[in-house]
Design a binder for this molecule. Structure first.
Ligand SMILES: Cc1cc2nc3c(=O)[nH]c(=O)nc-3n(C[C@H](O)[C@H](O)[C@H](O)COP(=O)(O)O)c2cc1C
Length: 322
C-alpha cells in the first residue's frame, strides 16, 4: 500500500509504532521496521545522550530499514538534556523523529538542517496546525481513546480525524485505539495516510517487556482504563489497578489542591518495576482502551502482515462489494 506516509518515510506499510516509555527499545523498533512499518525508539527511556546513541547503534545492528526516535517534551521534575538527545539523534544518522508533548519549534532548525523527517504527535487540531506551521512534515493525531496522554479536550478519533483532514495540508496518521485492519481502513477513509499504534505493539512477541504486562493487556477489556492526573492538567490514560484506585482516591480527596508530590508513590519511577520486573501493581502505566480489541501475542511481522492482508480484503471485498 502506498500513501503519502509510506512515501515520506520510505516504508512498505503505513503503520508506525509510537514511542513508549520502557517499551520502545531497539528490539521492538527493529522488529517493526523489519516488518515494513516504522519502529520508534523512546529517547527519554534512555535518559542521556550517550545511552541514546548506544541504543541507536544497537538498533542499526538489528535492522537496515528506517526507524525513528521519540522525543517527548512533557512537564518533568528534572528536565532531560533535550539538546543533547537531539544531537545524539542527528549524530546517529536517524531519519525520523516523533516529537510529542510541547511544541518542537526550538529544535526544528537543527532537525531540518540534518534532513530529519519530523512527525509531531498531538491531540488537538489546533496543535496539529501549529506543528504544520513550524515545519513538521507530518502529524500523528492522537484521539481521546489513546493510551498515554490524550490531552484535555477529550475528542475521540471519529471526530478528530475528519477534523484534521479538513484543516491540514501535511499528511497525518491516526493514533489512539488502533489495533487491526478495521482501524487502518477506517483511518484511511477519514483522511489519514496510515496509523500509529502503541498498546497493540506491547502485546507482541518482540516487545521487550515482562510477560505479566502482555497478560494484563490480554485480560483487560475496553472498560478497564482510567484517566489520572486530570486535576494537574497532565491527563494520562492508564490500566486500572490498586495503585490507580489509590491515586484516584487522592485526587477526589484533595480536589484542586492536589500537587504532583501527593501522587509520587503511584507515578514516579514506576515504569521499570512494571515493564521490566512485571510488578503490575507498582503504579500507573499507560494503556489504551484498545486493550479490549487485543486477544493474542503475535510476532510483529504476523501482526503487520495480518493487518495488511485483512485491509486488502476489507477494501476489495467488503467495501467494493457494498
Ligand atoms: C506504555 C505506554 C507508554 C507510552 N509512552 C509514551 C512516551 O514516552 N512518549 C510518547 O510520545 N507517547 C507515549 N505513549 C503513547 C504512544 O506512543 C501512542 O501514542 C499511544 O499508545 C496510541 O494509543 P493506543 O495505545 O491506543 O495505540 C505511550 C503509550 C503506552 C501504552
Amino acid at each position: 500500500m502506498k500513501t503519502r506516509i509510506t512515501e515520506l518515510l520510505g516504508i512498505e506499510h503505513p503503520i508506525i509504532q509510537g514511542g513508549m516509555h520502557h517499551v520502545g527499545y531497539a528490539e521492538l523498533a527493529a522488529a517493526v521496521s523489519n516488518a515494513g512499518g516504522l519502529g520508534i525508539i523512546t529517547g527519554l527511556t534512555q535518559g542521556t545522550p550517550e545511552k541514546l546513541s548506544a541504543e541507536i547503534a544497537r538498533c542499526k545492528t538489528m535492522t537496515d530499514k528506517p526507524f525513528g526516535v521519540n522525543i517527548t517534551f512533557l512537564p518533568s521534575m528534572t528536565p532531560p538534556d533535550y539538546p543533547g538527545l537531539i544531537q545524539a539523534v542527528i549524530d546517529g544518522g536517524v531519519k525520523v523523529v516523533e516529537t510529542a508533548g510541547n511544541n518542537p519549534a526550538p529544535y526544528m532548525p537543527a532537525l531540518k538542517e540534518a534532513g530529519i523527517v519530523v512527525i509531531h504527535k498531538c491531540t488537538a487540531v489546533r496543535h496539529a496546525l501549529k506543528a504544520q506551521s513550524v515545519g513538521c512534515d507530518a502529524v500523528s493525531v492522537d484521539g481521546f481513546e489513546c493510551g498515554g496522554h490524550p490531552g484535555e479536550d477529550d475528542i475521540p478519533n471519529f471526530i478528530l480525524l475528519p477534523r484534521a483532514a479538513d484543516e491540514l495540508t501535511i499528511p497525518f496518521v491516526s493514533s489512539g485505539g488502533m489495533a487491526d485492519a478495521r482501524s487502518l481502513v477506517a483511518s484511511l477513509a477519514m483522511g489519514a495516510e496510515g496509523m500509529n499504534m502503541g498498546t497493540r505493539f506491547i502485546a507482541t512477541q518482540e516487545a521487550p517487556v515482562h510477560e505479566n504486562v502482555k497478560t494484563a493487556i490480554l485480560a483487560a477489556t475496553e472498560l478497564d482504563t482510567r484517566l489520572v492526573m486530570r486535576p494537574l492538567r497532565n491527563t494520562e490514560r492508564v490500566l486500572n489497578n490498586p495503585a490507580v484506585e489509590r491515586l484516584l482516591e487522592k485526587e477526589k480527596a484533595l480536589g484542586s489542591d492536589i500537587k504532583i508530590e501527593d501522587i509520587l508513590p503511584e507515578v514516579a519511577g514506576v515504569y521499570p518495576k512494571i515493564m521490566k520486573d512485571g510488578d503490575m501493581d507498582a503504579g500507573a502505566w499507560s494503556c489504551g482502551m484498545v486493550a479490549g480489541l487485543i486477544h493474542d501475542v503475535p510476532t510483529v511481522k504476523e501482526l503487520i502482515d495480518r493487518i495488511m492482508s485483512e485491509a486488502d480484503s476489507l477494501i476489495k471485498e467488503r467495501l467494493a462489494g457494498l
